[in-house]
Design a protein. Structure first.
Length: 120
């Protein structure tokens, strides 16, 4: 599968977990960012088909980055990730145009379902 996917999370082990889950399913073109600032820069340069982004990050939150990315590219496809108890942020993310959200701790099949639906 040649669709480029950007994984954004401040925790390297979470990026690795998502990357490993996707590569096992044949997704090969995966790029990573460690915070919202970096995500916005990479999105502008790379124009990935999909962004999987954590809500809570230092520097720029996932909500702020989602807002910036959607402002620059209204057709951007973004899946947000959140910990339990962040329902208000999830609602805000959906209002800003996120396609889906996945709650941590992740189940690999839930990530894959969200990715497949978003890339259809």
């Amino acid at each position: 599968m040649d669709k480029k996917i950007l994984i954004v999370d401040d925790a390297a082990f979470m990026r690795k977990f998502i990357r490993d889950t996707l590569t096992k399913e044949g997704y090969a073109d995966i790029i990573e960012a460690g915070d919202g600032d970096e995500a916005c820069e990479i999105y502008a340069k790379e124009h990935p088909a999909l962004v999987i982004m954590d809500i809570t990050m230092p520097h720029m939150s996932g909500i702020e980055a989602l807002h910036q990315i959607k402002k620059a590219d209204p057709s951007a496809k973004v899946i947000m990730c959140s910990a339990m108890g962040q329902e208000s942020m999830v609602v805000e993310a959906i209002k800003l145009g996120a396609l889906d959200f996945v709650v941590k701790p992740f189940k690999p099949d839930r990530i894959l379902t969200a990715v497949e639906r978003s890339l259809e």
